[in-house]
Ligand binder design. Sequence first.
Ligand SMILES: [Zn+2]
Length: 147
Amino acid sequence: MTDLFWLARAVELSKLCPPSETAFSVGAVIVGADGTVLSEGYSREVDAHDHAEEAALGKLPADDPRLRGATIYSSLEPCGQRASRPRTCAQLIIAAGIPRVVVTWREPDLFVTGCQGTALLGAAGVTVVELPELAEAARAVNAHLFE
Ligand SMILES: [Zn+2]
């Protein structure tokens, strides 16, 4: 499966998010080195403060060795700043040891200014791939936030 296939899955998951006027709807998929899905998640999946990457990571043991060869696909750039919880998704991904992140939509300056998530990941040695082909689809799920 290609990166775009898994990114499309992440966008599909974002459509499951309970609606919010104050946070993005995001989907995330963690895929192992052998191409199998390790976990999936979406914003507000269990708790109103859940982020998609956090929800997906939360379903795996922190020391799961498969994370060290995995890629996490997210419909939105992982957060580098957040108000709701102390650890950002960029920090959680770095702590999990995931070496590769694929995103389609850069976080717009709507809730925080200068998200910096991809920059923080890159600085920590994580490979970040941005495939803007699905950015419009990822944004469309959040169109109500821009009205
Ligand atoms: Zn986040």
